[in-house]
Design a protein around this ligand. Structure first.
Ligand code: GLN
Length: 212
């Protein structure tokens, strides 16, 4: 594997541009993926935030669903943010009646889970493997909690034995809720690090891709 693997960002719907920028800022080579041949050429993939029901439909229309399910089963490193977390989940609560996911991550997520309290909110939280990293640049002194932005976000309601909870909401009505997980080569966050300028989650993912 080369020192700089190519990481794709699924570009069917959602905030793919922000993820491309965050990956590049994290030192990775990043390309948009919209076609099966583009998927075949990447060594890792980001599923962006957006609307999981729409991305689900577009994955089938663009004939990306089956090859992506296959690559996930083969161990492709994938990072899903918000809607991307829903797409990676094996089980979804409060999905639409015909909503499918790609699966691979042994979790049950609840879609729009925080909506019962508040649609969108921000909080600082500790994320294992992330908040102990220095930023804004490698070598900087100021490691610390991740500023997490939640936008009609899912949470992880149940996680299988092979899934590591990396971060939970620290306080408020949703305190203790799991919002960042990793299982093998799959990483998922309920929140959107790509819009905060903090590249540490993308740096963690780029390392996972390099190590795969
Ligand atoms: N609520 C969206 C969904 O169900 C996710 C929102 C987001 O990605 N910011 O897919």
């Amino acid at each position: 594997m080369s020192a700089s693997p190519v990481i794709g960002v699924l570009g069917l719907q959602g905030d793919s541009r922000e993820h491309l920028a965050a990956l590049r800022a994290a030192g990775a080579e990043a390309v948009v993926v919209r076609r099966p041949a583009e998927l075949a050429a990447v060594q890792g993939l980001v599923l962006p935030g957006g609307e999981s029901t729409v991305i689900d439909k577009l994955l089938r229309i663009f004939e990306l669903r089956d090859p992506l399910v296959e690559r996930i089963a083969d161990g492709l490193p994938v990072y899903g943010s918000c809607a991307g977390m829903i797409l990676l989940a094996d089980r979804v609560l409060d999905g639409t009646h015909d909503q499918q996911t790609l699966g691979g991550l042994d979790v049950t997520v609840r879609r729009n889970a925080f909506g019962r309290q508040v649609d969108s909110f921000e909080t600082d939280l500790e994320v294992d493997g992330v908040s102990d990293r220095a930023w804004p640049s490698p070598g900087a002194e100021d490691a610390g909690p991740v500023h997490a932005v939640f936008i009609r976000a899912p949470w992880v309601e149940q996680a299988g034995p092979g899934v590591e909870a990396l971060g939970v909401v620290p306080e408020g009505p949703a305190a203790g809720t799991i919002v960042a997980v990793r299982a093998g080569n799959l990483l998922a966050t309920s929140f959107h690090p790509e819009i905060t300028g903090d590249t540490r989650v993308h740096r963690l993912f780029a390392e996972m891709v390099r190590a795969a």
